[in-house]
Design a binder for this molecule. Structure first.
Ligand SMILES: C[S@@+](CC[C@H](N)C(=O)[O-])C[C@H]1O[C@@H](n2cnc3c(N)ncnc32)[C@H](O)[C@@H]1O
Length: 286
């Protein structure tokens, strides 16, 4: 009965998308990005890639998979960009920025050996709100920041979000929750074709370098970093990949260096090289 019922229901979807197509895309995404697409993500894959199929004038997912299988490098980048989840916001998880301002930065200033060197890594920076929020806190707290060798490295796999972050231009509704004084100090109002948008001032943009980096491949940086923000990114990887990444974060951090994770992430069963000092805030054991 079940089989008959299925046979008479017409497939109303625009594109044919069968188990084999999903399995192919899931394996390819895991191999290329480390991202684990569970069965629950099947509809998300369909809706995010349908646009690409339409643009390419393809009739179904099997054709699309064949294109990727042939090694079309440009399409691979587009596929990865379409499937990453880039949700972010300015001052998301405010308590991390409070810790940075109230504890971490004063401590770094106290222990400074005269070099005034400060290195931050925003790993999985998406469209830039995270590194710009860090930059604001740095510039507000270190009042003589121009005398510091302070740099923020902002990396992501998705080339579209990096381009967005580099520009530092945001729609007004993305900055609505930022307090007025901060907004006035760190953003410029857009005019003409940028009316209704704001742009981060160059003083902050200068502090940040946006670079493409795939977390599951080799990293070119040698560090050490005083702090690493890897928030709402580890969650997309399986435990083994999380363990590997966190071990590598620990190697790149200074002793007592700080690792910030996202609200639903933790180092439980992932690493013993850190101690918990706040809500999803970890310090490397020295
Ligand atoms: C949900 S966003 C997190 C943004 C920001 N950290 C925050 O918490 O607001 C996750 C980001 O991780 C990136 N990402 C996913 N897999 C990655 C990988 N293998 N290497 C680097 N970045 C990756 C995605 O492109 C996406 O921009």
């Amino acid at each position: 009965m079940q089989a008959m019922a299925e046979a008479v229901i017409p497939d109303t979807r625009e594109f044919r998308f069968d188990d084999q197509d999903f399995a192919f895309l899931r394996d390819m995404v895991r191999e290329q990005t480390g991202i684990n697409l569970s069965e629950a993500k099947r509809e998300l894959v369909y809706s995010r890639l349908s646009r690409r199929l339409r643009q390419l004038g393809l009739s179904g997912f099997s054709e699309y998979c064949a294109l990727l299988q042939q090694g079309d490098a440009e399409e691979l980048v587009r596929m990865v960009n379409a499937l990453t989840t880039n949700l972010t916001a300015f001052f998301r998880e405010q308590h991390h920025f409070d810790y940075l301002r109230q504890h971490l930065l004063p401590e770094l200033v106290r222990h400074d050996d005269g070099r005034r060197r400060l290195r931050v890594w925003s790993a999985g920076c998406s469209t830039g709100q995270e590194p710009y929020s860090i930059a604001m806190v740095l510039a507000e707290t270190l009042t003589d920041i121009e005398n510091w060798d302070a740099r923020i490295l902002a990396t992501d796999l998705d080339t579209d979000v990096l381009e967005f972050g580099r520009l530092g231009i945001y729609a007004q509704d993305k900055v609505d929750k930022i307090e007025r004084a901060r907004l006035q100090r760190w953003f410029l109002r857009g005019r003409d074709r940028n009316a209704g948008k704001v742009r981060v001032v160059s003083e902050l943009r200068r502090l940040i370098t946006f670079r493409q980096l795939n977390l599951i491949r080799k990293w070119p940086m040698r560090g050490p970093f005083d702090m690493i923000f890897c928030r709402n990114t580890l969650i997309y990887f399986d435990k083994e990949t999380q363990r590997d990444l966190v071990a590598r974060f620990s190697e790149l951090l200074t002793p007592e260096g700080c690792l910030f994770l996202g609200h639903s992430e933790s180092l439980h069963n992932v690493s013993e090289a850190f101690r918990l000092v706040g809500n999803t805030i970890y310090r490397r054991l020295s």
